[in-house]
Design a protein around this ligand. Structure first.
Ligand code: GLY
Length: 311
């Protein structure tokens, strides 16, 4: 048994490990751990505390994958529900689809009986107002708020202080089954409807009992272009050791002209033997967390820094 998570997972791993020790499934542990982080209102990159989009609306993305069956569920740009990971799991279990977005995702959450909660929090709303007031001339505000002219202000979404975040959790249960989940509020001040890698299976999340699992944090646009989580698992399938597979996936990140600044990417991954690792291309983002059944609390894992870039 093993559970690992990206930076931010420290408090979430012990209760999830307890579930695994009591015979819970990897899927249950992943969902439970991510729900804890989604509930932390002071976390501005995940859940209802997340920074809003350009219009001041919180839009949440999440995905979950069952490595035993390779069943998946995902939601994108979900508004009004604080636990996208649970809605994603319900998509996996109740619909013939794998990915539901926008109004459809909110309708489905309502239909499944999830409790509503509107973001943004007061803190996030204040920050959004300040950011808009400081950057958007008053005469341009109506066109922004009426959704007629939003693209000129999307440069605000490159706010360097607010690209980090997202929660990844991967668990291996007592049956040897692997599950992975990812949840995020995405880039602060993003263009409404923007999806990152977190809800996109193969980009921010991938899991296969036969080889292992990988999940990403950082600029989702990069991991979408690189199909990064799937690349890690595919490289393991082709015989590459876990760490090397993660390093190779980071080296391969595609950064076309105009996207040179979208450079941050981190991966956490496990192989089917229960080895785990983290890699990053930002020296300061050097930790992830892991826990095995003997541990009382989550331990810090040190991410391997990968400097090479493919451009
Ligand atoms: N990695 C999360 C996002 O880009 O939305």
């Amino acid at each position: 048994m093993l559970i690992i998570g990206s930076d931010g997972a420290f408090e979430a791993l012990p209760p999830a490990m307890q579930m695994l020790k009591q015979g819970g499934s990897a899927l249950d542990a992943v969902e439970a751990a991510i729900r804890i982080v989604e509930s932390q209102r002071e976390n501005h990159s995940v859940g209802i505390g997340g920074w809003p989009n350009l219009l001041g609306e919180v839009e949440l993305d999440a995905s979950i994958m069952d490595g035993r069956t390779r069943a998946v569920g995902a939601v994108g740009a979900l508004r009004g529900y604080p636990h996208p990971i649970s809605v994603a799991r319900r998509v996996m279990e109740r619909l013939p689809h794998v990915f539901v977005v926008g109004q459809g995702a909110s309708d489905f959450a309502a239909e499944m009986g999830f409790a509503r909660e509107e973001g943004p929090t007061d803190v996030a709303a204040r920050e959004w107002i300040e950011r808009i007031q400081a950057n958007v001339p008053p005469e341009k505000l109506p066109a922004l708020l009426q959704r007629r002219e939003m693209a000129p202000w999307v440069s605000l979404a490159r706010d360097p202080q607010r690209v980090a975040g997202t929660i990844d959790v991967i668990a291996i249960d007592g049956q040897g089954n692997i599950a992975s989940g990812v949840s995020t509020s995405g880039w602060a001040w993003k263009y409404p409807g923007r999806l990152g890698d977190s809800p996109i299976i193969g980009a921010g999340n991938y899991c296969d009992n036969r080889y292992g699992a990988a999940a990403c944090t950082g600029f989702g646009e990069l991991a979408i272009r690189g199909a990064t989580a799937h690349t890690v698992v595919l490289l393991m399938r082709m015989g590459m050791p876990l760490l090397e597979a993660c390093q190779q996936a980071l080296v391969d990140l595609p950064r076309p002209p105009g996207a040179e600044d979208e450079s941050f990417m981190n991966i956490v991954a496990v192989d089917r033997q229960g080895n785990h690792c983290g890699v990053t291309n930002v020296a300061a983002w050097n930790k992830y967390f892991y826990m095995t059944p003997e541990m009382d609390e989550a331990m810090v894992g040190h991410r391997v820094f990968v400097e090479e870039r493919n451009g």
